[in-house]
Design a protein around this ligand. Structure first.
Ligand code: G4P
Length: 528
């Protein structure tokens, strides 16, 4: 059936890395291979470059870029590939976490010289929680970096994953001769020119093939043979099922800027990466092959032009077939809606589409109906899980700075919270609004956007808090006692759930000891 074939040929994934490891460059090269773009430089970095210009300008620049580059779809080898963009800046990590809920697999980019950096550790942790299959690309091999074995050990230790190299470097930096593809049993020779598709591929089938000397010289050949033998004896044989289960991560080496090792990565990715996966709803597990459409909103993007308040809600299709101008049920609002101009994202272009299949991301124009996590279906009540909010660590009271504009302020705050920019809590003690974020930059974003898009002035008043965590308990008596005893530190989130505002780690520790039946949650989604 055509629909099932469409599902099978889709690969939806995210590239994650610490800023500067080469995510943008790799994305661009993948698009070049797919023929989706013609020249390098077409993909803009979504990095927030603090210091160069004012932060506001940077935020706007970044927002402008991130609509265009949120999803980059392209066709290659009869596959439909969707790359989900993730913001590099750590203050936007929550955005990245949410985007990861729409990815069926990830490629992690590691800088050969810098090794595993902090942001990568955090992001991989989230992937591991979900058992998302991970591939690793060690980048910048044209520079002198860490010894390959040491780097693999570092990756295993810091990211707490098991790796399996499927390519191996022959030299590095100025001595880089190429890589040996363990996956294809092929030598990929490096010529060092900064153009596209520079690799020369030599099929050798066996590292003991005598022709090898001719290509890389005797010394490099001996080293390669030794090292590959060691790889084969130290690491388990590669097995696709283990990778799909999230238990082993294949590793490739290359240099994105030189288009070196990229095609190898892409080809193997297409061979082994998962097709669209089933997704757990609160009610049941939903399979992509099911006939009826369902999908969920994982990202909302506001229009950068304040005169057009339209937003785009990004929906990942989970099952069935999405069709233009067809009625779908918005579960939270219990309301039927149809969409006349859904868009798909091909490279940096947006196009109106008629249909979309599981794995695809559809952009829906929205005038304020959607929140992150909303589900659309053909009628069945489903609530997709796995779009958590994280316990914020930075807090400010927000007050109205312009008495004539209180309605605008309230609306602006509401809409920005729906987009997932930050979280709003209402303190029970005094009814004041508290904004909680995971990064400091969000406060600037909120103030700036309230002013420019809603003509409202939000003033902050800092509060010293350590963390806001959700609390639940099966012991109703104990919960009641806790809430009454800690009434000064209690707040409600946007769904009216109880949130404990802790002023220190010690406070939480003490509370946990004294109230053993109460569970303190650090993400907004938990298993009861
Ligand atoms: P990011 O999205 O992960 O933040 O990284 P990005 O691709 O922007 O790359 C960061 C820097 O690393 C860029 O240099 C880029 O050119 C460089 N780079 C990427 N891949 C390679 C590689 O394989 N080898 C080497 N030597 N460098 C690489 P930049 O100077 O910060 O920016 P630009 O002026 O070159 O764009």
């Amino acid at each position: 059936m055509a629909r099932l074939k469409e599902i099978d040929r889709r690969k939806t994934f995210a590239i994650i890395s610490h800023p500067d490891a080469g995510k943008t460059t790799l994305t661009e090269k993948l698009l070049l291979y797919g023929g989706a773009i013609k020249t390098a430089g077409a993909v803009k970095s979504n990095k927030i470059n603090r210091g160069a210009t004012s932060d506001f300008m940077e935020i706007e620049r970044q927002r402008g870029i991130s609509v265009a580059s949120s999803v980059m779809g392209f066709e290659y080898r009869n596959f439909k590939i969707n790359i989900l963009d993730t913001p590099g800046h750590q203050d936007f990590a929550e955005d990245t976490f949410r985007t990861l809920t729409a990815a069926d697999s990830v490629i992690v980019v590691v800088d050969v010289a810098k090794g595993v950096e902090k942001q990568t550790e955090k992001l991989v942790k989230v992937c591991k929680m979900r058992k998302t299959p991970i591939m690793v690309f060690i980048n910048k091999l044209d520079r002198t970096g860490k010894d390959a074995f040491d780097l693999l050990d570092e990756i295993e230790q810091k990211l707490d994953i098991k790796v399996r190299p499927l390519s191996w470097p022959i030299g590095m930096g100025p001595h880089l001769q190429g890589v040996y593809s363990i996956y294809r049993k092929e030598l990929d020779l490096y010529s060092g020119s900064v153009t596209d598709r520079v690799e020369e591929k030599v099929n050798i089938q066996d590292i003991f093939n005598e022709d090898m000397t001719e290509y890389i010289g005797e010394d490099a050949q001996d080293t390669l043979r030794e090292e590959v033998e060691l790889v084969e004896s130290v690491y388990p044989e590669f097995n696709r099922d283990t990778y799909l289960a999230g238990d082993i991560s294949p590793v490739f080496f290359g240099s994105a800027i030189n288009s070196f090792g990229v095609q190898e990565l892409l080809d193997c990715f297409l061979d082994i990466a998962p097709k669209p996966q089933p997704k757990q709803a609160e009610e049941r597990l939903v399979e992509p092959q099911e006939e009826k459409f369902s999908g969920f909103v994982f990202k909302i993007h506001a229009n950068i032009d304040p005169r057009h308040r339209n937003r785009i809600a990004f929906v990942k299709v989970v099952s069935g077939k999405f069709q233009r101008n067809t009625n779908y049920k918005h579960i939270r609002l219990d309301k039927n809606m149809k969409f006349s101009s859904p868009t798909a994202f091909m490279a940096a272009k947006k196009d109106i589409i008629e249909v979309a299949y599981p794995g695809d991301i559809v952009g829906l124009h929205d005038s304020g109906n959607f929140k992150i996590g909303d589900t659309l279906t053909e009628g069945e009540t489903l609530h997709y899980k796995g779009i958590p909010s994280f316990a914020p660590e930075l807090f400010n009271y927000i007050e109205n700075g312009d008495p004539m504009k209180s309605k605008q302020l309230a609306k602006g705050i509401d809409q920005l919270m729906d987009e997932g920019v930050a979280q709003l809590f209402i303190r029970k003690l005094n009814g004041r609004k508290i904004i909680g974020t995971v990064g400091a930059l969000q406060f600037e974003v909120i103030q700036h956007r309230l002013k420019h898009e809603y003509n409202a002035t939000g003033l902050y008043e800092p509060i010293q808090l350590y963390k806001a965590c959700w609390i639940t308990s099966t012991n109703k008596e104990q919960l009641k006692e806790f809430i009454s005893l800690k009434s000064r530190s209690m707040a409600l989130d946007k769904f009216g759930r109880n949130v404990f505002l802790a002023d220190s780690a010690f406070t939480i520790q003490m509370a946990e000891q004294k109230f053993p039946d109460i569970v303190f949650h650090y993400t907004s989604e938990w298993e009861d």
